[in-house]
Every structure is written in structure tokens, then in C-alpha cells.
Design a protein around this ligand. Structure first.
Ligand code: GAL
Length: 684
């Protein structure tokens, strides 16, 4: 249970006796006249809003010029929010520097790979490595901490906003200087750097640190290790900014917890959140569901991974949308019920706060067509009615669930940021590799099989799981390889896929046949990769098919069973799917292609059986319904999400529904198409 007095959750000003769900949004009162504020407060009370994120883009209002501070409006709204029972997650306001600063100091602006300046006019036009930017950002942070650190509404600090959303890659001179310092820290000597970057290739040897550059536009493929290190450095540079603001906040307000909103969602890959998660007091995430088939599965995957980053502790859904966004090429609204389903699916995976971008839909500006809790139409609207109902569900129906933790599954998927970076750059056997997609494919297979799985970062304790899937684990340092081997030798069941275990942390190939450090474990050797062109598939002799990749495999161990061979394509006749059974009971399976969905589920079923894992739902619900479980000291809560467009009759379930099911005329309990329900299990 979240301890109300600890730093790992917003510090509720009214100190409730037991945990409760946070409910609210980004609130931007500076965009509105005072009379709207009063309506805001009234509607917030009506909707059950109890926390807002304030001031995210308010730097230019707080400090209109270098010599003037204007806190009056913020003092007033902080007080009014507090009087109305709304707590504040106060932003440090540093995400969008004001015009006076960029005019006086254009050297804080980011520079692209091709040398163009990123000008003001939007937001996040700052270099993470600019000492000038840093100084000014820390001045604002300090001023806010000093002024509001004791304010009774203050529940948490919100550092910057979506760090890296638009400025993760900066190739400026500041970036070059900081990159060199980062490299010196990593390699100590130029010899170390030359070795790691293999600079004898294409005559790239460095004889002075000043020669080393970020991977700017070059004549051909830039050194891949330089690219990988720049990805690491870019993530670290933003993390350092997070650390710098946090250090001030911790010094001035040691009792106020700190967070920043991550973007664990499909298209965002450049921030290593596995690493950043150690920097915050509680994990927050922003997620925007894809308006397409499979969108809810992707949401579930991301929410699950966010729970993994939070190490199973409750986390904070900082932003999602009540309806349409404004940044896809076409932006459909959500259908009735969809907002609640999306919200509660995050809750099912451990979110203890459900918040939106934003409270009131802007009348002007680049996001005026982005939905909000109060739409342009006002409170007389479907969206606001649903918002109010969701507030009620969280405060009443699900009140007892707040503070519970997700119950670990028996299977895990390991998600590796560095592999994601390494396989998405150039000069590879294929440009069709995608770690997020492959991991999501396996996640979907678990959902189809009706078996719970936890998505975990590589540095988590996945050894405690009975089955571990490590998809596209391309960058494999010896230490991780030893962990995997020890896991399987100790009785664990590992599944890994194509292009895994190929390089070390310096992006140097493990020699002697792929995948170097996993060869013996898998009992096979790959001599050649045989990637498949876009749109081309190969058949396997069990009737399945694969896309993206195939390998030319030699089986080297008598313990390795070939589960399927290639029937055609560049690896025809060779092994495609294998499993080595170890004498100690563990197993190591290898999947050398992107298997079609139905056969991936069938294969997973077999591997789950080997690991002794069965679904926890009645047979007829498996695949149609997603199950997640949260548990408290005394209770267990099961969330069931209908993955189909049909109503699902919930038969054979123990427990009491808390919300989300209807009872049919015949007395059976029915879960609406795409609906979600939460049940309390009877305690023993
Ligand atoms: C996020 C951002 C918000 C808003 C939202 C729109 O990236 O933090 O400020 O722009 O997206 O979806």
C-alpha cells in the first residue's frame, strides 16, 4: 500500500487516511480570464478532480523579462485550487523558454543533424547541454521552490515536461563539448574510445578529443558505435537536466516528491526510461492510444511496461486524451465509453492517478483541436458527462483499489532500450527491425493465449519469473548473457528471437557464429542472416509463415529440438524454430523469424506448457478478455477487459464486480464490447 507519508506518491494536502485515486489534468489558467477560473473550479468539483498539473508552459508569464517576476496569478490560482480541494502537481515551467531569453541567447537553441537552427515559435527550443539555458532554468526552478515549497496545495513537483519530446537530438557546439566530456567519462582515454568505436575502420582514428563530433550529416553511414553512444549521451543529457532541477527541489523542499512525465508509447524511443525511472520519486507516464485495431493492446503493453519501470509500485497516468488529439494526420474522436476503458486499463496495470491533457480545451493555439475534460462545447457535452462519471467511478466504485499493487505474473517480456536504438539505425542487414513491434507482437500473443505477462526493463529482476521472452535483444553485454544462461541453467524458460545476442555494448559483433554468447545455451549456430524484403513472407513446414527475417541455422546440440523448419525462402530446409531442453528442467527457445500471429500464439502455448504456466481465466474467456490483477494486503482485484466488439458473458468467475458489468434479463453478467470491469475476489 502507498504510504501516505512517504515520498513515493503525491503528498495529499488533506492527508486522507487511506490511498485514493488522483483525477485531473494539465491546467493552464494563464490562457483564460479570471471569470473562467471560477467556472473551472466549479466544474472540477463536479467532475471529482482532485489534482492538476499547473504551470507547464508558464515561464514567460512568470518572468516576463529578466528583471521582473510575476507570481500574482499563480499565487491566486494555487490558493483557489486549495480552497476547492484540488492539489497541485506544480511544473517547474522550464519546458518552453521565453522569447526574451532566446533573443538574448540564441546559443541555447538546438541545432539539427544538418546544421539548421531550431527556432522559437513552438516549444522545447532549448539545448539540454546549454549552460546558459541550464542557469536560467534553474533560476525559475529555485524561484518556484522558494515561493511555493510550503504552499498547502503543493503535492508534487513536475520537472519540465515530456523531456526530449522535441529536442532529444541536438548537434550543436554545446552538444559536441558535452558529448566529448561524456565520452571521456566512459572511456577515460582516446585509446579506449578508438577501440570501442573501431576507428581503424574507414580511417576514423582520433588523436585529440577535440576531433570527436556528434554524428552530424556525413557522406555515408556514420560509425554505428558513435551513433549508439550519441543515443546514450542524448538520453543522459536530458536525464542530467532532470537531475539538476531535482537537486534544487530536493534541497529546498525535501518532503515534496518529484516526478516528470515519461512517454512510454509506441513512437517514442529515444529516452532510456529504464534508466530515468531511478531518478524520480514516482513514475508518471503520458500515453495516447492509437485509433486503430490493436490500439488497446498497445495501450495495455505500454501501461504494463510503465508498471515495470515503477517496479510494481503505483504510478501516475499524467496525460492521455478524453477524445481526439490534434497531431495525427486524421484525428477521430473516441467513441462513448472508450475514454473510461482507456483510463481503467491504465488503472488495471497499476496507475493510481488518471489525468488528461488538458482540463479546458484551448480556444486558440496549436492544440485548439485537441480534446480536453471540458470541450469547446462546455459542460453540456458527452465528453464532460463521461468525465464526471469516470470521476465518480474512481472515487466510489474503485475507491478500495487505490494503493494496491499489481500482482506479478509468472511470465515476463524483457524490453531493452539500447537494442531498440541499435537496430533502428542504418547499415544493418535490414531496415525493417523494430523492437517495440516485436515485443508488442509477443505481448499480443500472451493476450491471445489469455495468460498474464509483465513487461520489464532489462535491469529488472526477471529471474524470478518462470518464462522470459527476450525479443530482439540485439545488444548483449557478457554480463547479461551470463544472467540469461544462469537463469536457464537454474530451471528458467527463455525465448529469444532473431538478431538477438549479436553485439556487445560497443556494438562489436560476438564472433565465431551468431548469437555468440547464446550459442551454447540455444544449442545452435547461425552462419548467415537471411532477412526478407518488405512484403515477402516465407513458409515453415508446420504451416506457419514468417516475415522480416530468417536465419541459416546449424543445430549443434543433441538437446536442441527443431520445432519447425523453413519450407521455402532463403533458408529453406534449415531450422526456423528451436528449443533446447536442459537437464535441469529449463529450456531455451529460438524464433528466427517474425512469426504470423496465429502460429506465434500456438508456439507460445507450447512454451508456456513446458514452463508449467496456465491461464487464470475460464477457458472460454481466454483471448477474448484481458486479465490484470492488483493486490492489497487483504484483497485481490481482477480487471477484465473485453478485447472484442461483442458483449462477453462472464461465467464461472468468483468474486464481486465493483464496476463495469451489467446483468442481463437471464441474470448473467455481461461485459460490454471493448468494456472493462473490476472484481474483488473473495478473501480466504
Ligand atoms: C504532450 C504534451 C502536452 C500536449 C499533449 C497533446 O506531448 O506534454 O503538453 O502537447 O501532448 O497530446
Amino acid at each position: 500500500m502507498t504510504d501516505a507519508g512517504s515520498r513515493d506518491w503525491p503528498r495529499w494536502p488533506d492527508r486522507p487516511a487511506r490511498p485514493r485515486f488522483g483525477y485531473g489534468a494539465d491546467y493552464n489558467p494563464e490562457q483564460w480570464p479570471r471569470r473562467v477560473w471560477e467556472e473551472d473550479l466549479r466544474l472540477m468539483r463536479r467532475a471529482g478532480v482532485n489534482i492538476v498539473t499547473l504551470g507547464v508552459f508558464s515561464w514567460s508569464r512568470l518572468r516576463p523579462d529578466p528583471h521582473t517576476w510575476d507570481f500574482g496569478w499563480l499565487d491566486e490560482i494555487m490558493d483557489r485550487l486549495h480552497e476547492n480541494g484540488v492539489a497541485v502537481d506544480l511544473a517547474t515551467a522550464t519546458a518552453s523558454p521565453p522569447a526574451w531569453l532566446t533573443t538574448a541567447h540564441p546559443e541555447i537553441l538546438p541545432v539539427t543533424r544538418t546544421g539548421e537552427t531550431v527556432w522559437p515559435g513552438a516549444r522545447q527550443h532549448w539545448r539540454p547541454t546549454s549552460p546558459v539555458f541550464r542557469r536560467h532554468a534553474l533560476e525559475v526552478t529555485t524561484a518556484l521552490a522558494e515561493r511555493y515549497g510550503r504552499h498547502p496545495a503543493l503535492a508534487a513537483w513536475h520537472v519540465s515536461n515530456e523531456l526530449g519530446c522535441h529536442n532529444v537530438h541536438d548537434y550543436s557546439e554545446d552538444a559536441a563539448t558535452a558529448f566529448r566530456a561524456w565520452l571521456r567519462e566512459r572511456y577515460t582515454t582516446l585509446d579506449g574510445l578508438n577501440h570501442a568505436w573501431a576507428t581503424d575502420f574507414w580511417s576514423q582514428r582520433y588523436t585529440d578529443w577535440g576531433q570527436v563530433l556528434p554524428p552530424r550529416l556525413a557522406a555515408s553511414h556514420v560509425n554505428p558505435t558513435q551513433q549508439l553512444d550519441f543515443a546514450r549521451f542524448s538520453s543522459d543529457a536530458l536525464r542530467d537536466h532532470l537531475r539538476a532541477e531535482s537537486a534544487i527541489l530536493r534541497r529546498l523542499t525535501p518532503e515534496i516528491p518529484i516526478t516528470t512525465n515519461f512517454m512510454v508509447m509506441g513512437h517514442v524511443s529515444e529516452m532510456n526510461y529504464a534508466d530515468w525511472a531511478h531518478e524520480v520519486d514516482f513514475v508518471s507516464n503520458d500515453h495516447y492510444v492509437r485509433p486503430e485495431p490493436g490500439g488497446a493492446d498497445e495501450l495495455s503493453f505500454c501501461a504494463n511496461l510503465t508498471g515495470g519501470l515503477a517496479r510494481g509500485r503505483p504510478w501516475y497516468l499524467m496525460e492521455h486524451s478524453t477524445s481526439a488529439v490534434n497531431w495525427r494526420s486524421v484525428n477521430p474522436p473516441k467513441n462513448p465509453g472508450e475514454m473510461a476503458r482507456d483510463s481503467l486499463l491504465h488503472v488495471a496495470h497499476g496507475a493510481d492517478a488518471v489525468c488528461f491533457f488538458q482540463w479546458r480545451q484551448s480556444a486558440a493555439g496549436a492544440e485548439k483541436y485537441h480534446s480536453a475534460m471540458v470541450p469547446h462545447t462546455g459542460a453540456q457535452s458527452r465528453v464532460f458527462r463521461e468525465v464526471t462519471e469516470l470521476g465518480r467511478v474512481l472515487a466510489e466504485d474503485l475507491a478500495e483499489v487505490a494503493g494496491s499493487r499489481r500482482l506479478p505474473a509468472r511470465a515476463a517480456i524483457v524490453f531493452d532500450w539500447e537494442s531498440r536504438w541499435a537496430v533502428s539505425r542504418d547499415s544493418l542487414p535490414s531496415s525493417l527491425l523494430d523492437v517495440h513491434r516485436e515485443a508488442l507482437d509477443w505481448y499480443t500473443a500472451f493476450l491471445d493465449a489469455g495468460v498474464r505477462v509483465d513487461v520489464l526493463p532489462t535491469d529488472a529482476d526477471w529471474e524470478t519469473y518462470d518464462l522470459v521472452v527476450a525479443p530482439l535483444l540485439h545488444v548483449l553485454p557478457e554480463a547479461t548473457a551470463r544472467r540469461l544462461t544462469g537463469y536457464v541453467e537454474g530451471g528458467g524458460h527463455l525465448v529469444t528471437t532473431y538478431f538477438s545476442g549479436i553485439v556487445d555494448e560497443n556494438d562489436h559483433v560476438h564472433l565465431g557464429g551468431y548469437p555468440g554468447p547464446l550459442r551454447d545455451l540455444l544449442g545452435l549456430r547461425i552462419e548467415e542472416f537471411a532477412p526478407l524484403p518488405e512484403g515477402v513472407s516465407v513458409g515453415l513446414d508446420d504451416g506457419s509463415s514468417g516475415t522480416v527475417w530468417s536465419d541459416r541455422i546449424t543445430v549443434t546440440s543433441a538437446e536442441t529440438e527443431v520445432l519447425a523448419r523453413y519450407a521455402d525462402g532463403p533458408s529453406a530446409g534449415g531450422a526456423a524454430l528451436t528449443r533446447r531442453a536442459l537437464p535441469g528442467g529449463g529450456g531455451a527457445a529460438y524464433v528466427s523469424t517474425r512469426l504470423d500471429e496465429a502460429h506465434r500464439v500456438a508456439l507460445l502455448g507450447r512454451l508456456l506448457a513446458e514452463a508449467g504456466i496456465d491461464g487464470e481465466l475460464p477457458e472460454e474467456l481466454r483471448g477474448r478478455v484481458e486479465l490484470t490483477v492488483r493486490a492489497d494486503d487483504g484483497a485481490e482485484y481482477r480487471f477484465l477487459t473485453n478485447r472484442t466488439d461483442e458483449p462477453v458473458e462472464l461465467r464461472g468467475l468468483l468474486g464481486t464486480p465493483l464496476t463495469g458489468v451489467t446483468t442481463s434479463a437471464e441474470g448473467s453478467r455481461v461485459l460490454a464490447p471493448r468494456g472493462i470491469t473490476a472484481w474483488r475476489l473473495p478473501t480466504a
